[in-house]
Design a protein around this ligand. Structure first.
Ligand code: SF4
Length: 353
């Protein structure tokens, strides 16, 4: 390969880099050095590759570009949640969130600029869709938030967990998400355990099967929000094309293939999906596989006709599920005052700290 058609060098696999260097008469071991600089040492330019001869760096420079995502804005919530705005090489903007909890930090990363799925309750969905993030850009978010966590804790611990729950639907950008997970978990990248990573999806049936076939090691969380088609269609227009029966079949396949328990995320909306009969429907849906259920408070956003459920409804809903011996957690909203909570990420201008 000549490399001329490739824009970002981090789109290349180790094999691609190796072939390119061999064709250009470079020593075989250079490929490993270059790969290490790109992912493990997380360099931001070819000039930083100090153990690579200048001639080789010039060769790389004249054939590839370097698309780093960089934090250009940060904003901190009263509860310690930090929202970061990352600017991409084409001036696109995405947000990533650092969420503290008992001395540990979880990073919430974006996978797309905007989102094509238009869920009625979601600020990102209102932006429309601009483009997918590359694997390198997703990795950069994790690496930037990891660095921020290092600084906050002043210890080498860094991030405890990463969730793909920011802007965009991860399974609609599957190949780049998969590669970013591989690089975050690889010893050649961030070296993080796959057990600390969760991909959260609205549930794209075809891609759930793909994920199972690929034996992707990280956890999976399904944003369900309603266990009956009428209500889910109202909240999640994607469900009109891919109803629950199709999703259920894909989830059964996922469980059969992987043997793994997964998480059901369920946001409670006032007078839409928060009754005991909704909880009964959810319990019936969950009987098909081992799951734990996270019940989430809704973070109201401007311009929607859906609202947060009352706390007593949330408690009664959780109580019903527990009475059916289900594992249930109530997730309190974090970072609401800076629009960093779940469903609020919309690339609004945020202030520089
Ligand atoms: S909730 Fe997720 S899938 Fe739905 S519009 Fe928002 S980002 Fe997209």
């Amino acid at each position: 390969m000549s490399g001329k058609s490739v824009s970002d060098i981090r789109d290349l696999t180790p094999g691609d880099i190796s072939s390119f260097l061999l064709i250009n008469n470079e020593k075989p071991f250079r490929a490993r050095q270059v790969f290490e600089w790109l992912w493990k040492k997380q360099c931001a330019s070819f000039d930083e590759m100090t153990d690579i001869p200048k001639s080789c760096r010039e060769l790389l420079k004249s054939n590839f570009t370097f698309h780093k995502a960089i934090i250009t804005k940060t904003q901190e919530s009263k509860d310690g949640t930090v929202k970061t705005g990352l600017t991409l090489h084409d001036d696109s903007f995405v947000e990533g969130v650092l969420i503290p909890s008992g001395g540990r930090y979880t990073a919430c990363v974006s996978s797309q600029v905007g989102c094509p799925l238009g869920c009625v309750f979601c600020a990102t969905g209102k932006l429309g869709f601009k483009r997918n993030l590359s694997a390198g850009e997703i990795f950069d978010q994790a690496a930037c938030l990891n660095k921020l966590a290092f600084e906050k804790t002043n210890s080498p611990a860094g991030l405890s967990n990463i969730v793909y729950m920011g802007m965009g639907e991860p399974l609609l950008n599957y190949e780049n998400v998969k590669r970013s997970v591989e690089m975050i978990t690889s010893a050649d990248g961030m070296g993080m355990s796959s057990q600390r990573i969760t991909i959260s999806s609205l549930g794209i049936p075809k891609m759930i099967r793909q994920m199972a076939d690929d034996e992707l090691k990280c956890h999976f969380a399904l944003s369900l929000h309603a266990a009956g088609d009428d209500k889910r269609n109202r909240l999640v227009p994607f469900n009109l094309k891919h109803p629950l029966e199709e999703l259920l079949t894909a989830l059964k396949y996922y469980h059969k293939r992987t043997g793994k328990r997964f998480t059901i995320e369920y946001i409670l909306f006032k007078d839409i999906n928060d009754s005991i009969s909704d909880a009964r429907e959810l319990a019936a849906f969950c009987k098909n596989f081992p799951v734990k259920v996270n019940l989430l408070e809704y973070n109201e956003i401007e311009g929607t006709l859906v609202f947060k459920s009352k706390p007593e409804r949330l408690q009664a809903f959780a109580g019903f599920l527990e009475s059916k011996n289900m594992v249930v957690n109530i997730r309190k909203s974090r970072g609401r005052d800076i629009d960093a909570a779940c469903g609020q990420l919309a690339g609004k201008n945020i202030t520089l700290l």
